[in-house]
Design a protein. Structure first.
Length: 398
DNA sequence: AAAACGGGGGG
DNA sequence: CCCCCAGTTTT
């Protein structure tokens, strides 16, 4: 009896949700057509990112890279610049790697083949299902956070959705709900319901097309589900950065550098800065010096910057403090205005020969080539910076 | 299985 | 302000 009841609840759910979606679906830029490339780009952008945030990025990106081939052939820095501010920058690099793979292996055509799609860089289980169902109408589940929330509530599932095993179970369930011939619309309907109606907090049950048979709602438990263990708080890190102004040919410019190939904010540009070791955090615990002195932090900055980068700088005064929270790290940054005193070590030779040119200095740091460059406000239009440094530099040049 | 990986929105 | 959101890759 239970199984029969559940089967009817499933059929009801699929039918009502699909009908609802076809009536109210939003007119979004990636729903213009079913071009697999357009679907692919949208799904990558929509990972960890809300629809309203993605729309302007998507329009710009598709305008600049309209086809798989255009993306594959673009210089990587241009792709990164187009992604600037969206976060999780490896998504952009993986997307381009995937595009190059599609050009080389599949002649520039996204293959209508689950295993081939799943093998592309940056495409995991969710995105595979999204592309296969939306672009090719294949009956594959596409389980994102919205779907886990909706199904946890409708079927009153109490498994912890933070656990990978739970997602696998919900994928099986979601796959069994797909109506014949309507995979794309149904999967989008599930996500649309999660985004518009079955929201994380305070779901709007009254307009919900499947409220009548929603088990969580019937039990009055819709706000208790889904069950999810919460993440650890980000670890705090204190950092000191310098806005180093140039002289002579570099008058009016400041020194920035490019981050390493991999890791946090890979290949993004930034102000030179240093991690303050835990045992020395008292240096930046006090309120900033607003009287023009740079005191202890300035001296520590001078010494450590020379040790780590070979740049000999002279901090002049405190400029601002800035906080930036990542999912796993919390940067508390103190920023000083500084002059370039002189160059020492490996940086001296590199910078000495090119000081008149755009490039200021290159030096060896832990075996990796770090590029330094003098830039003016106009260079912000071509180099990709994380939001933290965009805020700081906008403030500086205002 | 857990950690790394950004940024934005809502209460 | 604090809390919440959440796919893929790497470890």
């Amino acid at each position: 009896m239970e199984a029969i009841y559940k089967e009817e609840a499933k059929v009801y759910f699929s039918r009502e949700l699909l009908t609802w979606y076809r009536r109210i679906k939003r007119d979004l830029p990636w729903r213009m057509n079913q071009d697999p490339y357009r679907v692919w780009v949208s799904e990558i952008m929509l990972q960890q990112t809300r629809v309203d945030t993605v729309i302007p990025y998507y329009e710009r990106f598709m305008n600049k890279f309209p086809t798989v081939r255009a993306l594959a052939e673009a210089p990587e820095p241009e792709v990164l610049k187009c992604w600037e501010g969206l976060g999780y920058y490896s998504r952009a690099r993986n997307l381009q790697a995937g595009a190059r793979e599609v050009v080389e292996r599949y002649g520039g055509v996204v293959p209508d083949d689950k295993a081939a799609v799943a093998g592309l860089k940056g495409v995991g289980p969710y995105t595979t299902g999204a592309i296969m169902s939306i672009a090719f109408n294949r009956p594959e589940p596409a389980v994102d956070g919205n779907v886990m929330r909706v199904l946890s509530r409708y079927f009153c599932l109490e498994d912890d959705i933070a656990k990978p095993a739970t997602r696998v179970g919900i994928e099986k369930l979601a796959g069994s709900l797909i109506p014949e011939g309507a995979a794309g619309d149904f999967n989008q309907a599930l996500m649309e319901l999660g985004a518009l109606v079955c929201t994380p907090k305070a779901p709007s049950c009254l307009p919900c097309p499947v409220m009548e048979h929603c088990e969580a709602r019937l039990a009055g438990r819709e706000t208790e589900l889904p069950i999810k263990t919460k993440a650890k708080p980000p670890r705090p890190e204190k950092r000191v950065a310098a806005i180093i102004s140039g002289t002579g040919a570099n008058e009016g410019k400041i020194l920035v550098r490019q981050r390493p190939e991999t890791g946090l904010l890979a290949q993004m540009w930034e102000l030179p800065h240093l991690l303050v070791p835990k045992e020395q955090e008292k240096i930046v615990d006090a309120a900033p010096e607003t009287d023009g002195s740079t005191a202890a932090a300035g001296e520590w900055l001078t010494r450590s910057m020379e040790e780590e980068t070979g740049l000999l700088i002279r901090p002049e005064r405190w400029f601002m403090d800035a906080d930036h929270v990542f999912s796993h790290i919390h940067w508390k940054m103190r920023i000083y205005l500084a002059d370039l005193g002189a160059l020492a070590g490996a940086a001296a030779a590199a910078a000495g020969s090119s000081l008149a040119a755009e490039t200021a200095a290159a030096y060896e740091a832990g075996g990796k080539q770090i590029e330094y460059r003098w830039i003016g406000p106009e260079d912000m239009d071509t180099l990709a910076f994380p939001n933290l440094f965009i805020r700081i530099l906008r403030e500086y040049w205002t």
